[in-house]
Design a protein around this ligand. Sequence first.
Ligand SMILES: [Fe+2]
Length: 235
Amino acid sequence: MFIDIHTHIMFDVDDGSQDMETSLLMLQKEVSDGTEAVILTPHVQSRPQKVERSVHHERFLELKKRAEEEGIKIDLYLGAEVLYRSHLEPDWNELALAGTKYVLLEFSMQEHSPVEDVVYDVTRMRFIPIVAHVERYPYVDFDLMRRIKDLGAWIQVNATSILGLDKKVHKKHPMKMLKEGLVDVIASDTHHITYREPNLLDCYTYLKKYFPQEELDAWFYTNPKKILSSITKQE
Ligand SMILES: [Fe+2]
């Protein structure tokens, strides 16, 4: 079983799914892959963000209701993928994953961002930053990854990068990260159903040839489960 903590399945809120039907197809694909829970993480503070946060709450309830009506057996949670912007101070309580202390934080792929300082600040606020798709930031090397992990951050890698389907990332890079023990979670970061589709099963099947079961379980299930197990309030 899988838990997908980074997805753009919520419809018409960013550059992910644009309509309810696509979102339902994406959820069906997650279920058929063996995913038991999905955290919806629409873009926040970045250009793809199309709506206010209040709309995320409305869409979340709409999607949850339709998924139940369609008999799609999957647990849905609300979160956000927050882009670091030096001039903005996000409301982490509001944007955390499923109301927990875990927050999904992304950085610019072009500009050199102060990743270590930001991770330090967020942990000082007693949140646990999960750095989204670390493999996509050319300025983040293994030493920096180790340092932010030492500060308490988690590292998330996209299944798409591991499968060699992200043109911006050389496949060897995330594989080496996995081998070096730098990765905490693998997520789909799915945006659509015909491209950047939910692909955890594909990634899991590929990695099975190279890694022991225990490590696969940690990346795809037991670590994500720790996030959901820490829920104190729920919508
Ligand atoms: Fe994303």
